[in-house]
Design a protein around this ligand. Structure first.
Ligand code: PBG
Length: 320
């Protein structure tokens, strides 16, 4: 009781505060996302994501080399294909940008390379699977996802990360990988991916906004919490090595819930809209960028995430 208990004694100076700090964010926690496209010498800034670029594989490799130098251990790749069609051919084309970049990065660095396995960037309609009428057909989509994951694994990806939200994809991807001798390729499942307004800038970057309707018949309803556990447990059962919650900031309660109930490594995706909001506010002089970035990433870690995928990773690494 006061005056014997004085909480402020523990906050007397920075060294003491550091000694009693409960959550330590380190560069080991961070993954940096990259958008890649075919060609060479391409580095084009994404308008809604200042500081984030579309890059050709050669430029992406240089970027990865500098990411490795500052101590980040892993990258995740997204592809912007040469063309889009209704069967997402580009997704499982061994010579598309993602596959080329994986090969280059694995040959020249020790980075862990994660690939996003989804079809939306490769589909003319921008949906994450085969469209039948107005519906995305779950079961017809599965073989294409498996083929995509396999193509990434063949290129050398360490971890494949399905983000499509089709049911049963982890199982078919595991079977496809094992069937071709890729038993050691890990699966990071976007198990708990909400239908979110915060993907807006990414969809501009990947030109992948759905041409009709929305993703609410496959991505989760943001109001649901019990359902997150159900999704997570079924992916663990299907053989996911790690699972992800996405987005991060608006879903810290979900991260905490899963940390307590699921025993495999947990990742959180601090998505494009979460990045752009901070960038825009900082550019207007309304928020201190560096402090906001560290506060947000620490909050995601404190909520229970082991791995944080963030467009802030490079800036944060320089601050840690
Ligand atoms: C592909 C995919 C998306 C994101 C990651 N993978 C977009 C979406 O589902 O619409 C979003 C990433 C971000 O916003 O940073 N399905």
């Amino acid at each position: 009781m006061f005056p014997y208990t004085r909480h402020r004694r523990l906050r007397l100076n920075p060294v003491l505060r550091r000694l009693v700090r409960e959550t330590g964010l380190t560069v080991n926690d961070l993954v940096y996302p990259l958008f890649v496209t075919c060609g060479s010498g391409i580095k084009k800034e994404i308008v809604s994501m200042p500081g984030v670029f579309n890059m050709s594989p050669d430029v992406a490799l240089q970027e990865c080399i500098s990411v490795e130098k500052i101590g980040i251990g892993a990258v995740i790749l997204f592809g912007l294909p040469m063309f889009k069609d209704s069967v997402a051919s580009g997704a499982y084309d061994d010579n598309e940008a993602v596959q080329q970049t994986v090969r280059a990065v694995k040959e020249n660095t020790k980075l862990i390379v994660i690939t996003d396995v989804c079809l939306c960037e490769y589909m003319i309609h921008g949906h994450c699977g085969i469209v039948k009428g107005e519906r995305v057909d779950n079961d017809e989509t599965l073989p294409l996802l498996a083929q995509t994951a396999l193509s990434h694994a063949k290129a050398g990806a360490d971890i494949v990360a399905p983000s499509d939200m089709m049911d049963g994809r982890v199982k078919v991807i595991r079977a496809a990988l094992d069937g071709e001798g890729y038993q050691n390729t890990l699966i990071l499942s976007y198990a708990v991916k909400y239908a979110s307004a915060f993907y807006g800038p990414f969809r501009e970057a990947a030109n992948s906004a759905p041409a009709f309707g929305d993703r609410k018949s496959y991505q989760m309803d943001s109001a649901n919490r019990r359902e997150a556990l159900k999704e997570a447990l079924s992916d663990v059962e299907e053989g996911a090595d790690m699972i992800m919650v996405k987005p991060a900031i608006a879903y810290l309660d979900i991260i905490r819930e899963l940390r307590e109930k699921v025993d495999i490594p947990l990742a959180a995706y601090n998505v494009s809209g979460e990045y752009s909001m901070i960038k825009a506010a900082a550019q207007s002089g309304w928020i201190d960028y560096n402090s906001a970035v560290l506060e947000i990433l620490t909050a995601i870690k404190r909520a229970g995430s082991d791995i944080i995928i963030s467009y802030f990773s490079k800036d944060a690494a320089a601050l840690l």
